[in-house]
Design a protein around this ligand. Structure first.
Ligand code: PMP
Length: 429
């Protein structure tokens, strides 16, 4: 495989863009490799500038659940293009989107569109604080909610993978994080302790109901239910950050799958079908605090952009009307992760897998991965070698241990079996 043009592009990119990339996770730093510069993508494949074809297990980090460049999304975008790219004014398509999300996720009684997951979580927290009149928030170690200052504390994925010893960021002031309290995912006692020590002061608890930024981690029985209960008891706003799990693990996200109603939720990625779109919303009483109705200011010039709405509505409508999508992606994921288990069991390698629906992670550790501490026991050097082998065999997996693998509707049994054969080859199985 030649990657000469990618290499040259990267050298040039580094002169103009910090690290040569517009988002750190793309830089392949954690696997000590050179990023492939992408030219195009179609269905289950992605193509680099050197003409290599890869089976795509990243899917733009989640949005491309139907596969790349799906015709229904392309057609929806094309039909809107001629009418104008942005108006910065009210449109009917925004109402259509809000109604569709509300129909699929009933807890979203009212919602606001924004352009990124980062904005969605930042805004949800501001509203929770405005609504409760309190300042403190709880987040979990290893959960990532975007690069908001207040949330860049033990924030998972890009930050751990790049080898930062303290997964915080320079430039984030003590002032902005002093009201961020940390708890340990799947450890309800750690949550109770924080509540006890900060009685009547906690505005919100934000959680990825299915964390996917320390690799995929599954909630243990009762954990999310207990979060719901303690938030209700303490008048704290429970925020489910479903930027990854939303419309991925079911048509109604993790909250539908587990039957738990948060007070606010954030969605992104899939709701834009590949275009920049995200949203936050939930209980009417809380959302009515948002300007111009209420006193919590939040705005966005490109929020509810008509092209992004068209792409997102096409994708969400397809998901709503085609339950076979979930049957297929879940079955492909089962095939992949069961296959990995079968291959690695017979090998002398420490490993564990977590998967749910069409997302999952393979960790190189002898521990069950249930939280940030156990995720961090993974052998990242082995992951790096594994990644290099997989990409050399045309499998485009996330370039870091602490990310998810994403399956799309376009993946076939043949794709999965080829990937399994490549995994077996790496381990000499
Ligand atoms: N929340 C979660 C759970 C995420 O995984 C991410 C990004 N992967 C974000 C928020 C931030 O989204 P964005 O990158 O669109 O700002």
């Amino acid at each position: 495989m030649t990657t000469e043009i990618s290499r040259k592009s990267f050298e040039e990119a580094k002169k103009y863009i910090p690290g040569g990339v517009n988002s750190p996770a793309r830089a392949f730093l954690a696997v000590k490799d050179t990023p492939r510069f992408i030219e195009s993508a179609k269905e289950q494949y992605i193509y680099d500038v050197d003409g290599n074809q890869y089976t795509d297990y990243v899917g733009s980090w989640g949005p491309m659940i139907l596969g790349n460049n799906h015709p229904i999304i392309l057609d929806a975008v094309k039909s809107k293009l001629e009418k104008g790219l942005s108006f910065g004014a009210a449109t009917q398509i925004e109402v259509e989107m809000a109604k569709l999300i509300q129909e699929m996720v009933p807890s979203m009684e009212m919602l606001r569109m924004v352009t990124s997951g980062t904005e969605a979580t930042m805004s949800a927290l501001r509203v929770a604080r405005g609504y409760t009149g309190r300042e403190k928030i709880i987040k979990f170690e290893g959960c990532y909610h975007g690069h908001n200052d207040a949330l860049l504390v033990k924030a998972g994925s890009g930050l751990i993978a790049d080898g930062c010893t303290t997964p915080d960021s320079a430039g984030v002031t003590v002032g902005t994080t002093k009201d961020t309290l940390l708890a340990c995912y799947n450890d309800f006692a750690s949550v109770e302790k924080v509540f006890q020590e900060n009685k009547g002061e906690i505005a919100a608890l934000i959680v990825e109901p299915i964390p996917a930024n320390m690799g995929v981690v599954l909630p243990q029985a009762g954990f999310l239910e207990n979060l719901r209960k303690i938030c209700t008891e303490n008048g704290t706003v429970l925020i489910f950050d479903e930027v990854i799990s939303g419309f991925r693990v079911s048509t109604g996200g993790a909250q539908k799958l587990f039957g738990i109603q948060p007070d606010l939720s954030t969605f992104g990625k899939i709701i834009g079908g590949g275009m920049p779109a995200a949203c936050y919303g939930g209980k009417r009483e809380i959302m009515e605090c948002v300007a111009p109705v209420g006193k919590v200011y939040q705005a966005g010039t490109l929020a509810g952009n008509p092209i992004a709405m068209a792409a997102g509505i096409a994708q969400l409508t397809y998901l709503r009307d085609h339950p076979e999508v979930y049957e297929h992606i879940n079955a492909m994921s089962e095939r992949l992760f069961n296959g990995i288990e079968a291959i690695l069991k017979s090998q002398k390698v420490n490993f564990t897998t977590n998967h749910i629906g069409s997302i999952g992670s393979l960790f190189f550790t002898d521990q069950k991965v249930i939280d940030f501490e156990t995720a961090k026991t993974s052998d990242i050097d082995l992951f790096s070698q594994y990644f290099k082998h997989m990409i050399s065999k045309n499998n485009y997996i996330a370039p870091a241990q602490f990310e998810a693998l994403f399956i799309s509707y376009a993946h076939t049994e043949k794709d999965i079996d080829k990937t399994l054969a490549d995994i077996a080859e790496f381990f000499g199985a």
